[in-house]
Design a binder for this molecule. Sequence first.
Ligand SMILES: [Zn+2]
Length: 372
Amino acid sequence: MTSNYLIVDAHEDLAWNMLAFGRDYTRSAAETRRLEQESDTPAYNGNTLLGWPDYQAGQVAIVFGSLFASPQRASPGGWDSQVYADFEQAHRLYWGQLEQYQRFVDRHSDQFQLVKTYSDLKSALAGWRKPLPHYGLPPEGPQSSPVGLVILMEGAEGVRKPSELEDWWEMGVRIIGPAWIGTRYCGGTHEPGPMTKDGWALLERMQDLHLTLDISHMDEKAALQALDGYSGRVIASHANAKALLKGIETNRHLSDRVIQKLVDRDGVIGVVPHNPFLRVDWKASDGKAAVSLSAVAAQIDYICQLAGNARHAGLGSDFDGGFGYGATPAEINTVADLQKLAPLLQQKGYTEVDIAAIFGQNWIKLLEKTLP
Ligand SMILES: [Zn+2]
């Protein structure tokens, strides 16, 4: 496969997978699938799409690794160890995931590194090939480089009070999404509502620390309020355009108003290659063949058309985040196959510079502006 563009994937629940399923992302997706054949993991979370060799094959240089646990009322079942009944428990789980990332990079520093600062970003990118195809491939063929992990907190109920945010920041959290379903901070997926008093207090402290706000999962009302009220950087790490999902009932995706405001605020949106997020009536029984990667290209194109340029669309796969191989488009075997989007975008008239921006440079520019 020609994989010449550098990819930044803005959403993967890696710590959750490591702790809930014991997944070891130093292995290839194929190896993990083989090892999990006799286990229940594929039934709960699908067959994995991720692994270090696949990041290498797909030139996935940077991943936003989430901290994520479910509140008990939305618990998927007894198999999930990352479920909280109260905020103290949420704090322990979220902190435990942060420590998990630290242990993971300590143990596998040749394969994964935390990206907490601008200089971490530079060193994480240094080993990768130049992001534009006309630089050509190095003569020695595929090279291996550590994958940089940026820590993103999803559903911020692990933060007990805003004054605690400094500790999270010190430990490396750089992006926070206050919602998953509704939280005490704001309305969320399936649980609509505005920003709350606690939500504004959280945002105020986030602003002081120059944390990036992730509006993914925020209800439209809360997202619009936050886009007006938050003066720091704003992104949607993993969400699609609602306009292409006619008839969809959930509030999970982004209205044109929200996309337009994100663009005005110089944000970036990570498009999610998850079949029910691409075709409203898709069911598991339809199989992965029923959705093609062209639906992902259409999502990217929609955001670029609204923006009037290619500077605000990116990728936020959410791979292994509650779904796996079977619920991704036909052309996707692993994360490396995201590279197959390039010819589809080319056919739509996107230049090499545009594609490099969408695949990774838009996120990299954002990180360059926000990391200390
Ligand atoms: Zn999510």
